[in-house]
Design a binder for this molecule. Structure first.
Ligand SMILES: [Ca+2]
Length: 188
């Protein structure tokens, strides 16, 4: 009986440990390349491998000064000739009335400017026709060192998908916003 109890406790502890480490985002470190291009990341590009992620505008996977591994996601200035806006998103299956925590490591080059730079949590219904709610964290006080940013929000009733968005508009000519180690997890 005691032995049974002990194994049950151990199993519970092991499960709790696994649950804490869970990242709902695939390829959050951008190490896996898209089948389409070196400049895109797997799971962060539409139809690669599914329709639950995408990149737009000036976003590009780069092998610069990654926080972890060799690659990061850069949203670049107009020097890249891809316009003054860009971003990436990915979504994971979720549920309503759950607190979600999004974290990401950010770096900006000296001279980088953008009118808008933010990370968002969006809560969508099952067929993703209705945006049920969202939360925004403006990315401020960044610089040429890695800094972690955090956004926590509770999903509304009816949430089936939790979408992570990094969005830049009004970028200047120089530098880029760089992202690495994106983690989305249920928070207690
Ligand atoms: Ca990385």
């Amino acid at each position: 009986m005691n032995r049974l109890l002990a194994s049950s406790v151990l199993a519970t502890l092991a499960f709790a440990s696994v649950a804490r480490a869970e990242n709902l985002i695939y390829n959050g470190s951008f190490e896996s390349e898209s089948a389409f291009s070196y400049g895109f990341a797997l799971n962060w590009k539409m139809n690669d491998p599914d329709d639950h992620g995408d990149a737009w505008g000036s976003a590009a996977r780069e092998n610069w000064r990654a926080k972890t591994g060799e690659f990061l996601m850069a949203i670049r200035g107009t020097w890249a000739n891809t316009g003054d806006f860009g971003g990436v998103w990915q979504e994971a299956e979720g549920r309503g009335n759950q607190s979600y925590r999004l974290t990401a490591w950010c770096w900006t080059d000296a001279g980088w400017t953008a009118k808008t730079q933010e990370m968002k949590l969006e809560f969508w219904n099952w067929d993703r026709t209705q945006l049920l709610g969202s939360a925004v964290h403006t990315l401020e006080d960044l610089g040429a060192e890695w800094k972690q940013r955090e956004l926590i929000a509770v999903s509304p009733d009816g949430t089936e998908w939790v979408r992570v968005v990094f969005n830049v508009s009004g970028a200047g000519e120089t530098g880029s916003l760089q992202l690495d180690d994106v983690v989305l997890e249920p928070s207690p």
